[in-house]
Design a protein around this ligand. Structure first.
Ligand code: TRP
Length: 349
């Protein structure tokens, strides 16, 4: 079997720079390299409901936002199958069967789940569905026999758990129905998790610390100018800190030597700029303008594609999802048949 790529995002808001460097860039690259038999991108609306069950409107509203963000980045429905998770009911069916081979203790040990539980303060109101989303994610992956999963590093525990399910299932039911998978992370470690512009670990809409792919030039400039740098770097001559300085974290992820030639010819590369900054003599506005120029270079083609795409009405985008979803269902239902047969649930055959 050839390479099958599958990945997705929860439709809970527009995509931001963190998504771009965390996984969308890798997906575009994979799409363009073409080293795969199939590439699926799923809009994980059912998963989004596991912690937004009381706000279905938010999930619905963001469905097309996310699709349009993807396509603005260059993901192409001619090459990629986009589909809606909730419309492939086979995924729910698989989740139910996999639940039997995962212990509750194992779910509680999943590091991503642990972090999210701490963040969300569920206390006595923790929904069972939320705890089970790693199982549902295993269903998403295995239903398509996907072996390559381009995601951010926060998803590694999900991939690990999916592989455990694959191994247990194949071993218990003495079959080779399910396929193991592998995460593909961003090329540079600085891109694993881009902090918010305030230096907080997570970008979130409610904190207002994101730069969105759809932001206009002026908004991007404002956000860059607000970025957290080094609070002790008060006068230009003061030595500045690079670690924890958001501008440098973003530069780590976005800039290359050509950007220096173009926008900052006093330096050859980021190492030189960093040591000059640490020494003292470089103002924050200067490095922020440099970053802003680079971000504009990244965001301009995305904005141009978006403007073209937005000439279409919603029906055009829904049609893309409809076609992709129909295709996805055909594939997933084949896997469900195999899974059920392995569990001897094939009475009428
Ligand atoms: N958990 C992923 C996220 O929050 C979304 C997702 C759901 C996913 N199912 C998936 C990613 C399967 C990769 C593969 O972004």
């Amino acid at each position: 079997m050839g390479n099958i790529i599958l990945t997705g995002d929860r439709p809970t808001g527009n995509l931001h720079l963190g998504h771009l460097v965390g996984s969308v860039r890798t997906r575009v690259k994979m799409q363009d390299e073409g080293n795969y038999d199939k590439m699926y991108i799923m809009i994980a609306d059912s998963q989004a409901l596991t912690d937004n069950f009381d706000n279905p409107k938010k999930v619905k509203e963001n469905l097309l936002n996310v699709l349009i963000d993807y396509m603005s980045c260059g993901l192409d429905p001619e090459k990629v199958t986009f589909f809606i998770q909730s419309e492939v009911s086979e995924l729910t069916e698989l989740t139910f069967y996999y639940m039997n081979i995962v212990t509750f203790n194992r779910l509680k040990r999943n590091p991503t789940i642990k972090t999210e539980l701490a963040l969300r303060n569920f206390e006595g109101t923790l929904p069972v569905g939320f705890m089970c989303y790693p199982i549902s994610q295993a269903a998403d992956i295995t239903a398509f026999k996907a072996n390559i999963i381009p995601v951010g590093d926060d998803q590694l525990p999900m991939i690990e758990q999916a592989n455990e399910i694959v191994d247990r299932f194949n071993s218990i039911y003495k079959c080779k129905v399910l396929r193991r998978c592998e995460a593909v992370l961003p090329e540079t470690e600085s891109s694993f998790r881009l902090p918010g512009i305030d230096g907080m670990a997570k970008m979130s809409k409610s904190l207002g610390n994101c730069i969105y792919l759809k932001d206009d030039s002026e908004t991007v400039k404002k956000q860059v100018m607000k970025m957290y740098t080094d609070p002790n770097h008060i006068n230009i001559g003061d030595p500045g800190k690079v670690e924890g300085n958001v501008v440098f974290t973003y530069l780590d992820s976005f800039c290359n030597d050509e950007h220096f030639a173009k926008y900052y010819p006093e330096f050859k590369n980021l190492d030189e700029l960093k040591s000059a900054y640490q020494h003292g003599g470089i103002g924050d506005v200067k490095i922020k303008m440099f970053l802003y120029n680079i971000l504009e270079e990244v965001l301009t083609p995305i904005r141009e594609r978006r403007a073209e795409l937005l000439k279409h009405d919603d029906a055009y985008f829904m049609d893309i999802l409809k076609k992709g979803t129909a295709e996805a269902r055909t594939v997933a239902s084949k896997t469900v048949k195999e899974v059920k047969a392995a569990m001897l649930l094939n009475y009428f055959e």
